[in-house]
Every structure is written in C-alpha cells, then in structure tokens.
Design a protein around this ligand. Structure first.
Ligand SMILES: Cc1ncc(COP(=O)(O)O)c(C=O)c1O
Length: 348
C-alpha cells in the first residue's frame, strides 16, 4: 500500500469516514430533500460543498498543482491538528520540531497526547540538521519546520530540506504561512517528487483574510486523502468559500499590499537600527520584525500604555529581550516609532 499508508495510525486506517448527503449526490440543480436542511432562507440554508471543488480548482490553477494535492482547513491550524491526528499514535509516537517556532505545533501535539521534541536553531537561526536527525527515532512521525520561521523571520535552505528528506521517512511539514513576504522560493514544487512532504499555506497573512479561517495543505494524494478522510465533513463554511473565491480572484490587490508591507518592513528595519535601545534587528522574510532590545518588558509595557500592542518574545528560546513587531499600516509604523522615541527620551 506504500510507505505513507504504513505511517497512518491503525484506527485511522480502519476508519470508515462519514459520508454526507452532499458527498453522494454532486449535481446542483435538483430537489434537495436529502440533508434535512430548511428549504427557505436561500442560499445559506444549504450545506457547503464538503469537497470545496470550486475553491480547490482555483487554488490548483494558481499554484500549479492538481486539485487532488490540496487539503483545505479551517485555518492552517486545523491542518496541523489533522496531520497529528492522522499520523501520531498518542503515547507512542513523537514529533520533532525547531525551537523557537510557531507555538501551535506544540499545543496541538499536547492536545493529541504526542511527545514534542524541540531542537534549538543555531545562534544565527539556521537549522541544525544533525541535531534534528539525532532527536528523531523510529517513532518520529512528523517533523515540523516553519519557513519563513515565526518568530525569527528567516527562511531555511533547499539544501537543508533535501538533506532531511534523505534520512527522514516520516511526514515532513513545512509551514509557509509567510512565504509571500519572502524573495525565496517555497517548497510546493517538491511535493510531486517527495511523497512525505506537506506544505502549509494560509489566507490569513498575505491575503489579509485571517477572519475567514482558510488554510491550505499541499501534499501527495496519499496524505491529502487521509486528511480528507478525518476532517469534519463541512469544515469550510459557505461564507468562507465565497469570500475565498472572491479574494483569490483579486491577486493584484494582494500583490500590491504585500509590496507595501515589504517596503514598510524594510523602512522600519532601517529606522529601528538607529534607535538607542535597540541592540539588533533581525533580517526578515515575513510581515514582522524580531528586534533585540535592552529591556523588552520596559518597552513592551510602555507601548501598551500608549495603546500600541506588540509581542514580547523574551520568554522563548534564543529570544532573550526580543520583541516581535507586526508590520501594520504606514501610519501605524510611524506611530510606533514616535512612541518608541518618546520612551527613549523619557528614560534618559
Ligand atoms: C507559522 C504560522 N502558521 C500558521 C499560522 C496560523 O494560520 P491560520 O490563520 O491559517 O490558522 C500562524 C499564525 O500566526 C503562523 O505564524
């Protein structure tokens, strides 16, 4: 049955998925008396398409993949959870990931009773591939990478990924939530060749639609099949499908906003380096900057008192006294800089 099949949890392999009324009949123009819907209140009286065919068709065209290689989730957070549930046997299997990175991998692992092993990034935030290998064993079902990484902002190299797939036979997940803000090429092009690779993307960042909750997983069919098998039948609601189609049809606006955010990020990068309380501004491929300062809590609290909220990342690995700043509008960035300079003058 193939290498991926043998990685799937036994109870999931044995699972007979729920078959919804809309799975069985796929026509559009009929008298629908099959799903106990209300005949009034059109159009939201109807359940959404459980296979999200229109959305997948559009995404497939844009990403140059087959519709069969796409799983859509209620945010990429749902895809993260479903991948863990599909492949990790609670209490037995483990996940290896990098540290620091996006916090939901660890939370989802804990919810699913799966050991989560953290491998520190090197001091320049690059991958320690040897340490990832040393931390993996025969029960490592998933390795999570995030590129560009949250909160460090850097991307990992194709040669590192090619190295990992040489020895790792579990599921390698690369979360590309911030890929549109990067000049580096992502990894979707590799899913045809590497059947244990999953690439996650989202509508929440570059597309500006965090509110609709639409995440995408790109992978070989054996992986998307098992994800579709265990997802709730109607995990993407009709409003999200509609808004998703409209948004994707407006790629020019997305590109224009992404350029604007990148320009503002680069401008903020330059300006922050000149601030007295800033020790280091890390280069970023994402829509945020990680900044090392002399007193993270002091600046963070001062900004809150001025109604400006950033993220204090001091408590996490390799991020002592580091703040993460999301690139807002040009005006918001000016406001932040002004408040920061006021902080410096009042703390002389
Ligand atoms: C790396 C990364 N992945 C995923 C997400 C969440 O994505 P979604 O909104 O699609 O659930 C975030 C949100 O901050 C993130 O930083």
């Amino acid at each position: 049955m193939g290498a991926i099949y043998s990685l799937i949890r036994q109870n999931i392999r044995d699972l007979k998925p729920y078959s919804s009324a809309r799975d069985e009949y796929t026509g559009e123009d009929a008298v629908f008396l099959d799903a106990n819907e209300n005949p009034y209140f059109h159009p939201l009286n109807r359940y959404p398409d459980p296979r999200q065919r229109d959305l997948k068709k559009m995404i497939a065209g844009m990403k140059s993949v087959s519709e069969k290689n796409i799983f859509l989730g209620n945010g990429s957070d749902e895809a993260i959870d479903i991948l863990i549930r599909a492949f990790c046997e609670p209490g037995t299997d483990n996940i290896v990931s990098i540290d620091p990175t996006y916090g939901m991998y660890e939370v989802s692992a804990a919810i699913n009773g799966t050991e989560y092993r953290k491998v520190p990034l090197k001091s320049d935030f690059s991958l320690n591939v040897d340490a990832l290998r040393d931390s993996s064993d025969q029960n490592t079902k998933i390795i999570f990478l995030c590129s560009p990484n949250n909160p460090t902002g850097n991307s990992f190299t194709h040669s590192d990924i090619n190295n990992i797939v040489k020895w790792f036979n579990g599921i390698l997940i690369i979360d590309e939530a911030y890929i549109d803000f990067s000049v580096n090429q992502g990894f979707i092009g590799m899913i045809d060749r590497i059947n244990n690779l999953v690439v996650l993307q989202t509508m929440s960042k570059a597309w500006g639609k965090a509110g609709i909750r639409l995440g995408m997983a790109f992978a070989g069919e054996q992986i998307t099949d098992v994800m579709n098998k265990i997802k709730p039948p109607y995990n993407i609601n009709s409003l999200t499908i509609h808004e998703g189609l409209t948004t994707l049809g407006n790629e020019n606006e997305k590109n224009m906003r992404v350029s604007q955010i990148i320009n503002d990020r680069n401008r903020l990068f330059e300006k922050m380096q000149k601030l007295k309380t800033v020790k280091k501004v890390y280069p970023s491929d994402a829509n945020f900057l990680l900044v090392e300062v002399d007193d993270a809590a002091g600046i963070y609290n001062y900004l809150i008192s001025k109604n400006i909220i950033i993220r204090n990342r001091s408590g996490i690995a390799r991020c002592k006294n580091c703040l993460r700043i999301t690139i807002g509008t040009t005006e918001e960035i000016e406001q932040l800089l002004k408040a920061w300079i006021n902080y410096e003058t009042s703390n002389k």
